[in-house]
Write a protein that binds this ligand. Structure first.
Ligand code: FES
Length: 107
C-alpha cells in the first residue's frame, strides 16, 4: 500500500484498516474511513469520470467538496462526491456518464 494520510480535516483521524470495494466491477482496497478519492488515487485511478459534453477525463480537483468534479455513482446513487465519501467495506463506485440532473420541464 502506498503512503497514506492519517488525518483529514473533515473526516478526522484515518485508521489503516484495508477493506475491499468495487470500482467499475474491479475489486480494489482502501482504508475504511478514508475518502474514496484517496483510496482511488492510492490504487492508481486518476480519471473519475469523463466530461459529459466533450468527453475529456475529469478527476480530483478541490478535494474539499466544492467543485463536484469527483461525482460518481456510489452504491447506486448518482452525483455523489467521492472526495466527501468515506470508504466502506463492499461499497460500489462507478464512473458516471450522464449530466448530473435534468431540470423538470427543461431541455
Ligand atoms: S474534488 Fe471537488 S468536490 Fe470532490
Amino acid at each position: 500500500m502506498t503512503e497514506r494520510i492519517t488525518y483529514h480535516k473533515i473526516l478526522g483521524e484515518i485508521k489503516h484498516n484495508p477493506v475491499p470495494f468495487n470500482w467499475n466491477d474491479q475489486t480494489l482496497y482502501g482504508n475504511a474511513g478514508e475518502s474514496l478519492t484517496a483510496a482511488l488515487l492510492a490504487n492508481g485511478i486518476r480519471t473519475l469520470r469523463y466530461h459529459e459534453k466533450d468527453g475529456k477525463p475529469r478527476g480530483l480537483y478541490c478535494n474539499i467538496g466544492h467543485c463536484s468534479e469527483c461525482r460518481c455513482l456510489i452504491n447506486g446513487v448518482r452525483n455523489q462526491r467521492a472526495c466527501m465519501t468515506p470508504v466502506r467495506h463492499g461499497m460500489s463506485i462507478e464512473q458516471q456518464t450522464e449530466l448530473p440532473h435534468r431540470i423538470k420541464g427543461g431541455r
